[in-house]
Design a binder for this molecule. Structure first.
Ligand SMILES: CC(=O)[C@@H](O)[C@H](O)COP(=O)(O)O
Ligand SMILES: NCC(=O)COP(=O)(O)O
Length: 249
């Protein structure tokens, strides 16, 4: 059985800090405490508008990370240049729209095939593993393989927004996508909108290697503390992976 890793996304620790222009809460401290609490990697998204993580956070964090750094960024010359200079373990290329509240949908690789292919090559030449954040669709997964990426992260935002039968259908779509991606030799991750109440059925998908979770853990941390929220999420992922749950859908 594939081990399921937990990537802690620290973006919204920075959101809280930036809301008041203070120096606290410190995303670096959040990353270090997350690693102590069992995070397998630290994920952060340097948005083009710098609404949460800033360049200084990224630079300060890089030498401190003991696990892995997974940098999410848009496919732009500026971001690719920063990524190559910072040299994280992984870069996850994501779509970005300035006006969006959060990342809506996955990267349309087919729609910008040459740009994604060239970005993937630039990052791989710098020794960085490349992941592509995509919707759970066979044609996008095949395109990820065709541009030379070795990892995909399946967008679980739609699953998180749905309920009942519709959520069950989306879960099946994610499962089939994960199976296809694994079959063609890709590492398969997932994330977006996952929380304590919806993570277990996703964790049960055996082809998945990593879940990236941020917003809901920051929210839970308000009530039970940052490290408790991380430990609880990991425990739920282990229970999900071992199918220690009654299927709620
Ligand atoms: C790409 C992704 O799913 C995460 O980075 C998520 O976007 C968190 O940041 P935002 O809330 O700014 O979208
Ligand atoms: N790529 C998904 C991610 O990093 C975390 O997304 P969210 O849990 O903040 O919605």
């Amino acid at each position: 059985m594939t081990t399921l890793e937990l990537g802690i996304n620290i973006d919204h620790v920075a959101t809280l800090r930036n809301a008041r222009g203070t120096v606290y809460p410190d995303p670096l401290k959040a990353a270090q405490l997350a690693e102590e609490a069992g995070a397998d990697l630290i994920t952060l998204h340097l948005r083009e508008d710098r609404r949460h993580i800033k360049d200084a956070d990224l630079l300060a964090l890089r030498p401190l990370i003991k696990t892995r750094m997974n940098l999410e960024c848009a496919v732009t010359p500026e971001m690719l240049d920063i990524a190559c200079r910072v040299n994280p373990h992984d870069v996850c290329l994501v779509p970005e729209k300035r006006e969006e509240v959060t990342t809506e949908g996955g990267l349309d690789i087919l729609g910008k095939f040459e740009a994604v292919k060239s970005a993937t090559k630039q990052l791989k030449d710098a020794g960085i593993r490349v992941s592509l954040f995509i919707d759970p669709e066979e044609k996008q997964i095949q395109a990820a393989k065709d541009v030379g990426a070795t990892v995909v992260e399946l967008h679980t935002g739609r699953y998180a927004d749905l309920s009942g039968i519709e959520q069950g259908k989306e879960l099946e779509r994610i499962r089939k996508a994960a199976q296809f991606a694994k079959r063609i030799g890709l590492r398969v991750n997932a994330g977006h909108g996952l929380h304590e109440g919806n993570v277990m059925p996703i964790a049960a998908i055996e082809e998945l290697s990593e879940l990236n979770i941020g917003h809901a853990i920051v929210a839970e941390a308000l009530f039970k503390g940052w490290q408790n929220a991380i430990e609880d999420m990991k425990a739920l992922m282990v229970r999900g992976r071992h199918k220690d749950h009654i299927h709620p859908l």
